[in-house]
Design a protein around this ligand. Structure first.
Ligand SMILES: Cc1cc2nc3c(=O)[nH]c(=O)nc-3n(C[C@H](O)[C@H](O)[C@H](O)COP(=O)(O)O)c2cc1C
Ligand SMILES: Nc1ncnc2c1ncn2[C@@H]1O[C@H](COP(=O)(O)OP(=O)(O)OP(=O)(O)O)[C@@H](O)[C@H]1O
Length: 150
């Protein structure tokens, strides 16, 4: 049984997430997912959706065998428990594969780290882009309303 681990914030679920998780699962037999804690998301705006709601959504996907919230301090902590054979890194995740692999080895963790490609078929497959579009639409509607009032 080959256990694969995927990771991410998964704020507003979209088809890019499903593509990534499906490709990750294809690398083995069972798929575990670590969902990032809001407190640990420092490289981009904090997620809108609460931790428990994001992990519950990811865990309910058919492709996912088990989803857990990550540690609030040490990203290697849940890996010790999950003991994955493969860690699937997403196409835009900033982790350096070689560096992560060597940090795992230093801690006696022997998962193979691989990068999954992106999906180019979806026009709005990014949480950041979806939020940007919603904000643009709100701005546009409020400026149209202001014009009507004047
Ligand atoms: C091997 C691995 C373990 C991780 N463990 C945790 C963790 O325990 N807690 C956490 O909040 N984030 C953890 N993360 C980070 C997030 O799951 C996520 O990958 C990171 O915030 C990048 O998020 P993004 O893909 O949404 O940009 C881990 C990432 C990796 C690659
Ligand atoms: N279009 C996509 N194709 C393939 N993988 C994707 C796509 N969008 C997200 N992923 C992967 O899904 C995982 C979780 O993604 P994440 O939560 O960062 O969402 P995101 O939509 O990329 O967010 P943002 O746009 O805010 O960076 C990451 O491993 C990421 O690489």
């Amino acid at each position: 049984m080959v256990r694969v681990l995927a990771t991410g914030t998964f704020d507003l679920l979209h088809p890019g997430h499903i593509f990534y998780l499906t490709k990750a699962k294809e690398l083995g037999d069972e798929l575990y997912v670590i969902v990032a804690r809001k407190s640990m998301v420092k490289h981009k705006p904090k997620p809108v959706i609460p931790d428990e709601q994001r992990v519950s959504m990811v865990g309910s996907l058919a492709v996912v065998d088990k989803a857990v919230l990550g540690s609030e301090s040490d990203i290697f902590e849940p890996i010790r428990e999950i003991k994955p054979d493969i860690i699937a890194i997403g196409y835009d995740q900033t982790f350096d594969i070689g560096e992560l692999q060597s940090e795992l080895h230093k801690r006696g963790l022997h998962a193979r780290v691989v990068r999954v490609k992106d999906s180019r078929t979806c026009p709005l497959c990014s949480t950041g882009k979806i939020i940007k579009k919603i904000i643009e639409r709100c701005d546009q509607e409020s400026s149209e309303n202001n014009k009507r009032i004047r």
